[in-house]
Design a protein around this ligand. Structure first.
Ligand SMILES: *Cc1c(COP(=O)(O)O)cnc(C)c1O
Length: 425
């Protein structure tokens, strides 16, 4: 599979049926697996031989999807989780413990801000945010000997800032830590962060990967490129795991150390496991990802261009627009399209935004982005309402911001709907 282009991998990656086996990925609806001898099962528990022992840790349907996603991203291994939140939590927990800290770009998804600043903090893991406009010196000063990673989103939800992956990879590596990139919005069809130096990629597969708003899920992908043994920052990977009678992940699993530990230790203990049915549905979505994400991007560009020349609109933010501050970065990192989400402000602020949204007929108001159907949301009063005004500003979200996830309907129909809703204001 690795020699094929990404479109082919979307369709045929992962599950490879042998002679006489089902053509379509089967749903292995089984929690458990049969073995002929206790010794074989013992070897499985000791991680001496590969195989499935219990679906909390691995399952053949899930494994096939993991293999497909790893190959799409160009990674050496992947682990699916029950949600994108679980993926980001486990990605950090896998290399940080109480007393450690990590650095995050501040313009990220609101749910991730809460996960980092509230829940991980309760576990004794501190997040330090890189704020927009910080000098290199100020950024460097955030790091110390307990820093374990740098985190950012390729295309921030909903601020739509494009992460300069090469710059942040260089920053992370200068300080001896990996760069973790949440690549949810572009998907590997539009951007593969490993090609620019990122070490770990996460996704909310709930978004474009599934693409039909039918199943919540997440994934962590390991590039296999980060050297966990250089420096003494990752004892959990380089020293014996007592919960696995002395396994040393870097010694016993080499380049697969990180993703192996995430599974056999964290998925085992925390159980944020996707179901086989969820993996099957995700796989169906992935089979058309390469077609959908291109159409999402084309439609979003058309809608953004329409809005830009409409005098009822105060501003439009879409990195695919030449007038956008992110255009140069988008050209570099998102050359195949800037994905389907745009944000804009309507003249008249909050009230006009609400009137506009309530007048839409084709586009629906939903707490979601990135599925086939066009939808809109006012983040300040919904998804991001737990954030303070300061946090909203840090995340790049104004109170007049309308986020539109442009679907793959006919672009003219989407634009007509926007036009008639604007005329109601
Ligand atoms: C939605 C989202 C998440 C959270 O994923 P869930 O699947 O909803 O748990 C994380 N990161 C980004 C960029 C997202 O858009």
């Amino acid at each position: 599979m690795s020699n094929y282009k990404i479109e082919t991998k979307c369709i045929q990656g992962g599950y490879q049926p042998k002679n006489g086996e089902p053509r379509v990925l089967p749903i292995y609806q089984s929690t458990t697996y049969k073995y002929d001898s206790s010794e074989h099962l013992g070897d499985l528990f000791d991680l001496k031989v590969p195989g499935h022992m219990y679906t909390r840790i691995s399952n053949p349907t899930v494994a096939a999807v993991e293999e497909k996603i790893a190959s799409l991203e160009g990674g050496i291994g992947a682990m699916c989780t029950s949600s994108g939140q679980a993926a980001n939590m486990l990605a950090i927990l896998n290399i940080a413990q109480s007393g450690d800290n990590f650095i995050s770009v501040s313009e990220i998804y609101g749910g991730t801000v809460n996960l980092f600043a509230v829940t991980l903090k309760k576990m004794g893991i501190a997040v330090r945010f890189i704020k927009p406009g910080m000098t290199e010196q100020e950024t460097d000063a955030l790091f110390d000997e307990r820093t374990r990673a740098v985190f950012g989103e390729t295309l921030a939800n909903p601020a739509l800032e494009v992460l300069d992956i090469e710059k942040y990879a260089a920053l992370a590596h200068k300080h001896g830590v990996p760069l973790i990139v949440d690549n949810t919005f572009p998907t590997p069809v539009l951007c593969r962060p490993f090609e620019y130096g990122a070490d770990i990629v996460t996704h909310s597969t709930t978004k474009y990967m599934d693409g039909h708003a039918s199943v919540v899920g997440g994934v962590i992908v390991d590039s296999g490129n980060f050297d966990w043994s250089a420096g003494n920052r990752y004892p959990e990977l380089t020293e014996p795991d007592e919960s696995y009678h002395g396994v040393v992940y870097t010694r016993d699993f080499g380049k697969l150390a990180y993703i192996t530990k995430a599974r056999v230790q964290l998925l085992r203990d925390i159980g944020a496991t996707p179901t086989p049915m969820a993996a099957f549905l995700l796989n169906l979505g992935l089979e058309t990802l390469h077609l959908r994400i291109v159409r999402h991007s084309e439609n979003a560009l058309k809608v953004a261009q329409y809005l830009e020349q409409n005098d009822k609109i105060a501003w439009v933010n879409y990195p695919g627009l030449e007038s956008n501050s992110q255009f140069a970065l988008a050209k570099k990192y998102l050359s195949g399209g800037a994905s389907g989400v745009i944000s804009f402000g309507i003249k008249g602020g909050r009230d006009a935004a609400v009137k506009f949204m309530d007048s839409l007929k084709l586009a629906a108001i939903v707490v979601h982005v990135a599925d086939a159907r066009t939808c809109v949301l006012h983040p300040a009063s919904t998804t991001h309402r737990q954030l303070t005004d300061e946090q909203l500003e840090a995340a790049g979200i104004g109170s007049d911001l309308v986020r539109m996830s442009v679907g793959i309907e006919n672009a003219e129909d989407i634009i007509s709907d926007i036009e008639q809703a604007l005329s109601q204001i």
